[in-house]
Design a protein around this ligand. Structure first.
Ligand code: HEC
Length: 160
C-alpha cells in the first residue's frame, strides 16, 4: 500500500518535472537565437548558404567584382579593408538593400531575395565573418539590426 503510494508520488513528480523542463527549454533556446542574431560575430548565416551564394556570385557578380571579390579598375573590391572602409558601422540591411536594388549594375533586381541573401552570406564568409546555426534571413528589418563591426565587442560571444 505504502509502496504503491510512493510509486504514484514518484510518477507524479517525474511528470511535473518533465512538464517544467519542456516549458523552460524552448524558451531559453529562443533567447539564445534572439541574442546571436544581433551580433555579426555570433554567426548570421550557415556554411551551406554561403556555398549557395558562391555559385550565384560566380554567375552574377564575378564578371565585375572578380571571383576573389577584389574587383578591378572600374568596380570596387568587396574584400577586406576596402569592404570594411565602406561598410563598417553600417547594417547588413543596408548591404542587402544596396545589392538587391543596384546589383548587378546592368540588371538590378535580377535575382530573388533568397539569392541576394545567399550572396551576402558568401561575401561575409569570404571576409572571415563566422558561420552559425541559422541562415541569413531576407527580412530587411531583422538585417537592419545586425551591424557590421570589425571586432567583437567584449560583452558579446564569439564563435572561436
Ligand atoms: C556590370 C558590372 C557589375 C556587376 C555584374 C555587379 N556589380 Fe556590384 N558594383 C559595380 C560597380 C561599378 C559598383 C560601384 C557603383 C555603385 O556602388 O553602384 C558596384 C558596387 C557594388 C557594391 C557597393 C560598393 C562596395 O564597395 O561595397 C556592392 C556591395 C556590390 N557592388 C555587390 C555586387 C553583387 C553582390 C553583385 C552580384 C549580384 C554585383 N555587385 C554585380 C559593378 C558591378
Amino acid at each position: 500500500m505504502i509502496g504503491k503510494l510512493l510509486n504514484r508520488a514518484v510518477i507524479a513528480f517525474t511528470l511535473i518535472f518533465l512538464l517544467i523542463v519542456s516549458l523552460i527549454v524552448p524558451l531559453s533556446k529562443d533567447t539564445i537565437n534572439a541574442q546571436s542574431i544581433s551580433s555579426i560575430w555570433a554567426g548570421t548565416f550557415t556554411e551551406a548558404q554561403a556555398t549557395r551564394g558562391e555559385t550565384d556570385y560566380s554567375a552574377n557578380c564575378a564578371s565585375c567584382h572578380a571571383a576573389d571579390l577584389r574587383g578591378n579598375s572600374n568596380t570596387p573590391s568587396l574584400l577586406g579593408m576596402s569592404f570594411m572602409f565602406i561598410w563598417e558601422g553600417r547594417s547588413l540591411g543596408e548591404l542587402f538593400i544596396k545589392i538587391r536594388n543596384d546589383m548587378p549594375t546592368d540588371r538590378p533586381g535580377l535575382l530573388s531575395n533568397q539569392s541576394y541573401a545567399d550572396i551576402v552570406a558568401f561575401i561575409l564568409r569570404t571576409n572571415q565573418f563566422p558561420a552559425g546555426e541559422n541562415e541569413l534571413v531576407t527580412d530587411t528589418g531583422v538585417l537592419g539590426e545586425i551591424i557590421i563591426t570589425a571586432k567583437p565587442a567584449s560583452n558579446q560571444e564569439t564563435s572561436d
